[in-house]
Write a protein that binds this ligand. Structure first.
Ligand code: ASP
Length: 608
C-alpha cells in the first residue's frame, strides 16, 4: 500500500505516530522557510507541513495543484486548529515525500464553489468528480442503491439480469438501435425498459424479480432527461394492486430511513387520477402544500363524475369565462397586497409561450374585508366573495383565475400553483410528501395518428370491471373531435404512480396475462394480427404456457436520488451524464465511424 491512513482519518489520538498518506495536492501555501500543503483524497483533507530542509527540496521539485503526492511524517497537534474539517486538530510534519505523478494545471478549481462552468466541468468530468459536492451526490446514490438491494433482498426478490441487445419494447419513446454485423441489414433495439423480460420471468416462476438497470429512450431531451437512465425495475407474481402498493411503499420508506434517517410512518395517501387532475390540474401533484383548485367550469365530456361550480360565474356576461372551455381558480395565501406591478408581472408570466395563456384574472381578499378584482365590471363584491369562499380563500389571500382550452388551462394552473408555492417558500427541499395516484385511463387518444395509444404501456391490464367495455366495443372512432365520448376514453387501468414532491418517481401496473386479452389490447392500439405477432409472438406464446397473474413497478433511480439530495438536476447524480443535446462532451460522442465499419455493417450514411 502507498499509505498507512487516508486523508480523512487522522485525529488527535494519533499524535506522535508515524504515518504515510497519499493523495492530491489541493493547496500549497508557502510561508518563508516552511510550506503547508493540503492533501486530499476521497475521504478528506489533511494538512502537511514541510519544514526548512524539505522546503529546499520543494524548490528544486516544485509541487503544483493536483499533483499526486506520497508523504511520510509524524502526526502533530496543530497550534492553529481548523474546526471546519474533521482532521483539523492535527497536521503531519513531513519527513520524506515522493511526487507520484505531476498534473497539468486543472481547467477549474477542485473546490465546492468551483469557478468552472457546466460545459468545462462536463468535458473534464474526471476532475469534476474529485469535487466534494459531486462526490457527496455519488455517495448518496450508492446509499440509495444499497438500501434498495437490502430491502428487496429481505423481501425475497432476486436480481436477474436481462439483455440489452433486444427487440423494441414499447414504452412510448423512440428506440436506440444497434446494427448487427452478423445479420446484415438487421438491427437490435436497446431496451426502453426490461418490461417484457420481467413478465417472461414471471411466467418462468421467478415470482419476485428486481434489477437496478439501465434503460434507453431516444427522446428529445426536455429539461433534465437523459437518453440512458437507471430504473429500479421490479415485478411480482400472484399479486394484486394492493400487494404491490404495500410492498413498494415499504421500499421507499426503508430508503428514507436508511439514506435520510427519516421515519416515514404514516400511510402514503392515495388519490385517483381523476381527483388529482380535478384538484391539482396535474397527475403528479405536489402535496407539500394543499392548495386545491376551484373548478368554475368544466368541459362537457371530461370528468363525468365531477360537479363544477359554474353557478358562481354564469350570468355575469363575462365573455372570457363564457367562451372558455375551462375556468379554474386557486387561492394563494397572503398575497392580497400584491401591487399592480406584481399582478402585471404574473399576467406576463402566464402569457409566456411555455404557459401559453391569454391572461389571468384575480380577486384580492383584502385584509379590511373588502374584495377587489380585475373583473369588477362583471362581478359585484358579493359574487367575488362567493368565488373566494368556494376557493377556500381567507382574508389576505389572492385568488388567481385562468380560463381557456381544457388541457392548456389545467396545465397552466398547475404550473402557476407550483410557481407561487416556490416563490412563497412552500416547496421545502427537506420535506418529503408521497402520494399514490391510481386508476389512470387505460388509453390516450393520439389525434395525429387517429388511434388509441396505451397511456402506460400495452401490457397494462384494464380494471377488471372495465374489461367487458374493452371487449365489447369497437375501438374505431367516427369523429376524432369527439373521442372523449367513446367508451374507451372511460376505461380505467390497473395502474399506479408513486409521486414524491410533485415528481413521478415510480410507475407500474397489473399486467394482462391472458393471450386473448393481450391480443385484444394490441388490436385496440391499431396493430394488425400480423404486426402483433411480428413484434410480440414470444410474449403471446409464453402466455399459453401457464402465465401467472402478475404486476410490477419501476422507479426512476436518478430522479429519486436527485430529490433525496435536494437537487433539481439528475445529471448531478450520474457519474458520466450526457448534456441536453444527448452528447457526452468528455468522450465527444456520438461520433462518426470509419467507412470500413459502415461497410461491415452494410450501412450507408447519408449524413454530411
Ligand atoms: N416498464 C414500466 C416503465 O418503464 C414500468 C412498469 O410497468 O413496471 O415505466
Amino acid at each position: 500500500m502507498f499509505r498507512t491512513h487516508t486523508c480523512g482519518e487522522l485525529r488527535i489520538n494519533s499524535v506522535n505516530n508515524e504515518v504515510t498518506l497519499a493523495g492530491w495536492v489541493q493547496t500549497i501555501r508557502k510561508f518563508g522557510a516552511i510550506t503547508f500543503v493540503d492533501l486530499r483524497d476521497r475521504y478528506g483533507i489533511t494538512q502537511l507541513l514541510f519544514g526548512e530542509e524539505l522546503n529546499q527540496q520543494l524548490d528544486t521539485n516544485p509541487l503544483g495543484r493536483e499533483f499526486v503526492l506520497q508523504a511520510t511524517g509524524t502526526v502533530h497537534e496543530r497550534s492553529n486548529k481548523n474546526s471546519n474539517i474533521p482532521t483539523g486538530d492535527v497536521e503531519i510534519i513531513v519527513t520524506s515525500f515522493k511526487i507520484l505523478n505531476k498534473s497539468a494545471v486543472p481547467p477549474f478549481t477542485i473546490q465546492d464553489d468551483t469557478d468552472g462552468g457546466d460545459d468545462i466541468r462536463m468535458k473534464y468530468r474526471f476532475l469534476d468528480l474529485r469535487r466534494n459536492a459531486v462526490k457527496k451526490n455519488l455517495e448518496l446514490r450508492y446509499a440509495v442503491n444499497r438500501a434498495t438491494r437490502n430491502y428487496l433482498h429481505q423481501q425475497g426478490f432476486m436480481d436477474i439480469e436481462t439483455p440489452f441487445l433486444i427487440k423494441s419494447t414499447p414504452e412510448g419513446a423512440r428506440d436506440f438501435v444497434v446494427p448487427s454485423r452478423m445479420n446484415g441489414g438487421q438491427f437490435y433495439a436497446l431496451p426502453q425498459s426490461p418490461q417484457t423480460f420481467k413478465q417472461l420471468l414471471m411466467v418462468s416462476g421467478y415470482d419476485r424479480y428486481y434489477q437496478i438497470v439501465k434503460c434507453f429512450r431516444d427522446e428529445d431531451l426536455r429539461a433534465d432527461r437523459q437518453p440512458e437512465f437507471t430504473q429500479i425495475d421490479c415485478e411480482m407474481a400472484f399479486v394484486e394492486q394492493e400487494d404491490i402498493l404495500n410492498m413498494f411503499e415499504g421500499l421507499i420508506k426503508s430508503i428514507f430511513k436508511e439514506v435520510k434517517g427519516i421515519d416515514y410512518t404514516e400511510k402514503v395517501p392515495r388519490m385517483t387520477w381523476e381527483d388529482a387532475m380535478w384538484n391539482y390540474g396535474n397527475d403528479k401533484p405536489d402535496i407539500r402544500f394543499d392548495w386545491k383548485l376551484l373548478n368554475l367550469k368544466k368541459p362537457s365530456s371530461v370528468y363525468t363524475n365531477k360537479k363544477d361550480s359554474s353557478e358562481l360565474i354564469t350570468g355575469a356576461s363575462f365573455g372570457v369565462f363564457d367562451n372558455a372551455e375551462t375556468v379554474v381558480a386557486i387561492a394563494v395565501p397572503g398575497c392580497s397586497d400584491y401591487s399592480r406591478k406584481q399582478t402585471d408581472e404574473l399576467i406576463e408570466w402566464v402569457k409566456r409561450p411555455q404557459i401559453g395563456m391569454g391572461g389571468l384574472a384575480f380577486i384580492k381578499c383584502n385584509k379590511d374585508g373588502t374584495y377587489k378584482s380585475s373583473m369588477d365590471k362583471f362581478f359585484n363584491e358579493e359574487k367575488l366573495k362567493a368565488i373566494a369562499a368556494a376557493c377556500n380563500a381567507s382574508t389576505g389571500d389572492l385568488v388567481l383565475i385562468l380560463a381557456g382550452a381544457e388541457e392548456r388551462t389545467r396545465k397552466a394552473i398547475s404550473e402557476l400553483r407550483l410557481e407561487m408555492a416556490e416563490r412563497l417558500g412552500y416547496r421545502k427541499k427537506e420535506e418529503f410528501k408521497l402520494v399514490w395516484v391510481l386508476d389512470f385511463p387505460l388509453f390516450e387518444y393520439a389525434e395525429d395518428e387517429n388511434r388509441w395509444v396505451a397511456r402506460h404501456h400495452p401490457f397494462t391490464s384494464p380494471k377488471p370491471s372495465d374489461i367487458e367495455i374493452m371487449i365489447s366495443n369497437d375501438p374505431a372512432i367516427e369523429n376524432a373531435a369527439e373521442y372523449l365520448k367513446h367508451p374507451y376514453a372511460n376505461i380505467k387501468a390497473n395502474a399506479y404512480d408513486m409521486v414524491l414532491n410533485g415528481n413521478e418517481i415510480g410507475g407500474g401496473s397489473i399486467r394482462i396475462f391472458q393471450r386473448e386479452l393481450q391480443e385484444k389490447m394490441f388490436a385496440a392500439l391499431g396493430m394488425t394480427k400480423e404486426e402483433s405477432l411480428h413484434k410480440f409472438s414470444f410474449l403471446l406464446g409464453a402466455f399459453e404456457y401457464g402465465a401467472p397473474p402478475h404486476g410490477g413497478i419501476a422507479f426512476g433511480f436518478d430522479r429519486l436520488c436527485a430529490i433525496l439530495g435536494g437537487s433539481e438536476s439528475i445529471r448531478d447524480f450520474i457519474a458520466f451524464p450526457k448534456n441536453n443535446a444527448g452528447r457526452d462532451v468528455m468522450l465527444d460522442a456520438p461520433s462518426t465511424i470509419d467507412e470500413k465499419q459502415l461497410v461491415e455493417l452494410q450501412i450507408r450514411s447519408t449524413a454530411k
